[in-house]
Design a protein around this ligand. Structure first.
Ligand code: HPA
Ligand code: ZN
Length: 328
């Protein structure tokens, strides 16, 4: 049994991280950019560990030189997602890769992504919303620039603000100013924490940045009082098990804490993170959850419903997506 056809909601997907390697290779060839070192012999992305992954990721991004590249990227990513039953997706986008933080340039990149999202909605039946992310290892000042871009373009497409990048750089409180700026502009908040950092990083993120959702958050499992706090506060975890296993954040699917977190009352959702980098798809995630934890359709549907409830879009969009989920 494969869950490929099941309609799905995905909340944690890095747009550039969804780029099929053949797409990036094609762009590199068009532009005469030599990034051959980031691919393996089979043409997949090649890297040693998380830190190297971030370097390879940024090297791949050098081929995305303008709005038109982001229009094509958005279409390529949504085509993959739609092929795996995703009907609603939220994607992380970074002004740092789209005009270097200049608001005028950012608007142009954004318009190109929205054009692609509109086309994909018409032709593939998938709805996309964007979450502006600052990149942690670029530091708090750059994060303010990202937050300014986010605040200036909050609207139908840009619905949230968050932080990705190297989790062990700095502390959450260093970034509070940019998160406050985004929140005051009316953006909803999520933040990567507890993928590499321990429960203290998750706790500090909750205290200093007050996110409604946390990207990963899996290391909270090492402090059950914190798990209970997350459950009580209704903070939703964007869990990416395939990513965690591939990057060795957890040793195996069997050892993944998603079931324990859910059993203890935490709202968990499932996403792919950077699917071609981690050799996963939403179908793979659902199939592996079914196989590893014996989760049947009822539990898997609950994951989608939890994700939809925690989505940052407007109510009208939620109602439309709810109908898609109900139709099965
Ligand atoms: N984790 C953190 N930062 C990232 C990732 C990720 O998986 N992908 C792109 N930036
Ligand atoms: Zn991520």
């Amino acid at each position: 049994m494969s869950y490929r056809a099941m309609p799905k909601v995905e909340l944690h997907l890095h747009l550039e991280g969804g780029a099929p390697p053949a797409f990036i290779r094609g762009l590199a060839k068009e532009k005469n950019i030599d990034i051959s070192g980031i691919f393996d012999e089979q043409g997949g992305y090649l890297y040693r560990d998380f830190e190297h992954f971030l370097q390879v990721y940024e090297a791949a991004c050098t081929t995305l030189t303008g709005p038109e590249e982001f229009r094509r990227l958005t279409l390529a990513v949504l085509e993959e997602s739609a092929a795996h039953g995703v009907v609603y997706s939220e994607t992380f986008v970074s002004p740092d890769f789209c005009g270097g933080g200049d608001v005028g340039a950012w608007r142009e990149y954004l318009a190109a992504m929205v054009e692609a999202a509109d086309e994909a909605e018409r032709t593939m039946g998938i709805t996309l919303k964007g979450i502006v992310t600052c990149i942690r290892h670029m530091g708090p000042e750059q994060a303010k620039t990202a937050a300014k871009c986010a605040a200036e373009t909050k609207g139908d497409f840009i619905v949230g603000y968050g932080m990705a990048g190297a989790e062990m750089v700095g502390r959450p409180g260093d970034f509070a100013y940019s998160f406050d700026m985004a929140r005051e502009a009316g953006l909803r908040i999520t933040c990567h924490a507890g993928e590499w950092g321990g429960p203290d990083m998750v706790a500090d993120t909750i205290r200093d940045l007050a996110p409604e959702r946390i990207g990963h958050g899996i290391n909270a499992i090492k402090d059950l009082a914190l798990v209970d706090q997350i459950a009580e506060q209704g903070i939703v975890l964007e869990v990416c098990p395939g990513s965690n296993v591939f990057l060795n954040a957890v040793p195996s699917w069997e050892a993944h804490p998603i079931a324990k977190l859910r059993d203890r009352g935490v709202k968990v959702t499932v996403s792919t993170d950077d699917p071609p980098f981690f050799h996963t798809t939403m179908t793979d995630e659902f199939d592996m959850l079914a196989r590893t934890f014996g989760w049947e359709e009822e539990v898997l549907s609950e994951l989608n419903q939890t994700a939809l409830d925690a989505a940052f879009c407007d109510d009208k969009t939620k109602e439309a997506v709810a109908k898609r989920l109900a139709a099965g």
